[in-house]
Ligand binder design. Structure first.
Ligand SMILES: C[S@@+](CC[C@H](N)C(=O)[O-])C[C@H]1O[C@@H](n2cnc3c(N)ncnc32)[C@H](O)[C@@H]1O
Length: 274
């Protein structure tokens, strides 16, 4: 089977996963507030026994949590990246979660039958997509009438550190521009409601949930929110950002420091046939 990873918008694990650092970051990002996330999904309409698609499941940390949370759920994880999928499959096996079905596929042309899922979760995928509307059209078709899409993603204007390191805004803008050149969008959060509604979903709602450094610890907070960003920089940009990054790192030892990120959660329902 060919690796479709070159199509993976602004996220290509094979470019940034060197030394397993990105895998560790994804795990930390998935586990830092997992209980809150599962109860958030239940509040958004996830039900026991649902047929669930974890779209762009990556290494499958969330897919496995969904399976542990509800052994009666019928769960599929899909991703473009073969290395991440292999990891997801072997970890599911190691944890005896043998009923999860992991498949290789592209969100724009998923190799899955239409009208079959009750709940599709797309976590940290949309910021990487060049054509989010095309992805939503494909998601719409995969859902049963009455099924739900839930998108979890970020918006860089909702990331703040106090005290703010010098040059922090320039740093986040530089990373945002690099991601845009690769087809991504670090400010996708604010567009999610519009995009989901434009794709024909009903009862669309968007929440912004705040996670602070006091919830998960400053080190974990910075690893999750900034680890990926600094690995996207060129050597030249890294040199330019050295002071900003070292001031950011110093927040870990500063008991008076605070940091906040807003996570956008958008939900929409495929209309039931009348
Ligand atoms: C930041 S990771 C998030 C992984 C996982 N959802 C999580 O939250 O831990 C983004 C994932 O999107 C996948 N991806 C990017 N473009 C994709 C596409 N067009 N179709 C399917 N997966 C894609 C990447 O391979 C990667 O695993």
């Amino acid at each position: 089977m060919s690796d479709l990873s070159e199509k993976a918008g602004s996220y290509n694990f094979n470019d940034i996963g060197k030394g397993g650092e990105e895998l560790k970051r994804l795990q930390l990002q998935a586990s830092a507030s997992i209980d809150l996330e599962i109860s958030m999904l239940t509040n958004k309409g996830l039900k026991k026994g649902d047929k669930i698609l974890d779209l762009a499941c990556g290494p499958g940390f969330i897919t496995r949590q969904l399976a542990k949370n509800d052994p009666t759920a019928d769960i599929t994880g899909m991703d473009l990246n073969l290395e991440l999928l292999e990891f997801a499959r072997s970890e599911a096996k190691r944890n005896s979660l043998n009923s999860i079905n992991f498949i290789h596929g592209d969100v724009y042309e998923p190799p899955l039958k239409d009208n079959q899922f009750d709940f599709i979760y797309a976590r940290l995928l949309f910021q990487h997509l060049k054509e989010p509307k095309k992805a939503l059209d494909a998601i719409y078709r995969l859902l049963k009438p009455g099924g739900r899409i839930c998108i979890f993603d970020v918006d860089d204007d909702w990331l703040s550190l106090y005290p703010e390191p010098s040059g922090f805004k320039t740093f986040t803008e530089t990373v945002g521009e690099i991601q845009s050149r690769k087809g991504g969008n670090r400010k996708i959060g604010r567009q999610l409601g519009f995009l989901v509604e434009s794709s024909g979903f009903k009862n669309v709602a968007v929440d912004v949930q705040t996670i602070s450094s006091r919830d998960i610890g400053m080190k974990a907070f910075l690893d999750i929110t900034l680890g990926f960003k600094s690995r996207m920089l060129s050597e030249k940009d890294l040199v330019k950002s050295k002071k900003t990054l070292s001031e950011t790192e110093s927040l870990i030892a500063n008991p008076k420091a605070w940091a906040f990120v807003g996570v956008f959660i958008a939900i929409g329902i495929r209309e039931k046939k009348v």
